[in-house]
Design a protein around this ligand. Structure first.
Ligand code: URA
Length: 239
């Protein structure tokens, strides 16, 4: 990381607002490599310098990764002037600049969403070439047949575009079955459009898994928490 102003570093780590960080520095609460620094515009390298606030080391994170259980009714976008977005739901302690949802879920879709400020990570996770499967539970308007499953597996045609092979498994039979769908792309409304192509409809959609990372069912809709290193690497594995 490059050298940055101390007040900016503290603000970027959510320790205080930029203005409060400046005040903390001026009153002598902040030290760099053991020396108290009283100028907010003094620069430090958060990776190589040890920064402390009232003696407590500041662990600077280059990027953050959160899992959210997205509720229906909010947009998967960073900002929107009129509608509520997933970022608006984050508690203040998790907020920082540059966050965005890695991949979109429709407004009415629920479940596993990753929010990060790491663009390269998001790109890697979303690229169809990376083979990261996303799994969804879908409640359908009508039963599915063995032929439907074959069409999913061999690559459905959507408006002249062929989908990559996908998985379809019935979890609960009936007039409105619950199915598990496994896809590795994220085309616009993809799951809904795939069922439309089969003359079926999606009544409810919830993402439950990305790679081997499962939605933490302890998270209430709208709640988010930080991912562990292990969970983060699960995104790029299948088991
Ligand atoms: N497919 C959809 O149709 N909607 C989503 O939100 C995600 C996948």
């Amino acid at each position: 990381m490059a050298r940055e102003r101390l007040d900016k570093i503290l603000a970027s780590q959510n320790i205080a607002s930029r203005r409060d960080a400046g005040a903390m520095i001026r009153r002598g609460a902040v030290a760099v490599n053991g020396t108290v620094v009283k100028k907010a515009d003094c620069k430090a390298d958060p990776e190589t310098d040890e920064i402390t606030v009232e003696g407590n080391p500041v662990r600077v994170k280059k990027y953050v990764y959160y899992m959210m259980n997205k509720p229906a009714g909010v947009l998967s976008a960073a900002r929107d002037t009129r509608a509520r977005t997933v970022l608006d739901l984050l508690p203040p302690r998790l907020r920082r600049r540059g966050l965005f949802p890695a991949g979109r879920l429709d407004k009415d879709t629920e479940g596993l969403l990753i929010i990060t400020d790491d663009g390269a990570f998001a790109h890697r996770m979303l690229s169809p070439k990376a083979h990261v499967f996303k799994r969804y539970e879908a409640r359908l308007a009508a039963p599915v047949s063995a032929r439907d499953r074959e069409r999913f597996e061999s690559g459905l045609e959507l408006n002249g575009m062929t989908c990559l092979p996908a998985g379809l498994k019935v979890l609960e039979d009936g007039a409105n079955p619950l199915v598990l769908v496994k896809i590795r792309e994220g085309k616009f409304h993809q799951v809904k459009r795939m069922f439309l192509a089969l003359n079926n409809g999606v009544l409810h959609l919830r993402r439950v898994r990305i790679g081997a990372l499962r939605l933490d069912e302890a998270l209430a809709p709208g709640e988010a928490r930080e991912l562990s290193q292990e969970e983060l690497s699960a995104v790029f594995s299948e088991e």
